[in-house]
Design a protein around this ligand. Sequence first.
Ligand code: IDP
Ligand code: MG
Length: 138
Amino acid sequence: MQNTLAIIKPDGVQRSLIGGVITRLEKNHLSIIAMKMVYMTKTQAEGFYAVHRQRPFFESLTNFMSSGPCVVMVLEGENVIARYRELMGATNYEEAAEGTIRREFATDIEKNVVHGSDAPETAAFEIGYFFNRFEIVS
Ligand code: IDP
Ligand code: MG
């Protein structure tokens, strides 16, 4: 069993895609074991994306992620990190496979609707960033 952090980013919430994303999670048997809405400050978004601090898109990305509420979730399942990343599709929606969340919903390389952890270590950091253990139903 593995856990991962999923986020419906501010563009997804604003464009009423919460239901569409969650439907895809459920159809693909990715169990939601924690969920809430958060409205990050710029500083909180910078902390979340600290690994990208040197990237040219860091400033714009953290402005975007603190521009409105997000839905943050913990998903549980066998190999869920890779399975959820496959369901999300490539970072750039134009390169994302048919049927993926980003291919279906994203409009922009930055405003790409969803986030997913990329490895067990980043999943542990990212889950701990938003949830304490009493908020996770396992
Ligand atoms: P990922 O979300 O698919 O794991 P990362 O490389 O970790 O992609 O980048 C984090 C986020 O930063 C992306 O989801 C996207 O919102 C944004 N991003 C990544 N690459 C670019 C870019 O080249 N231009 C603008 N934004 C980008
Ligand atoms: Mg990433």
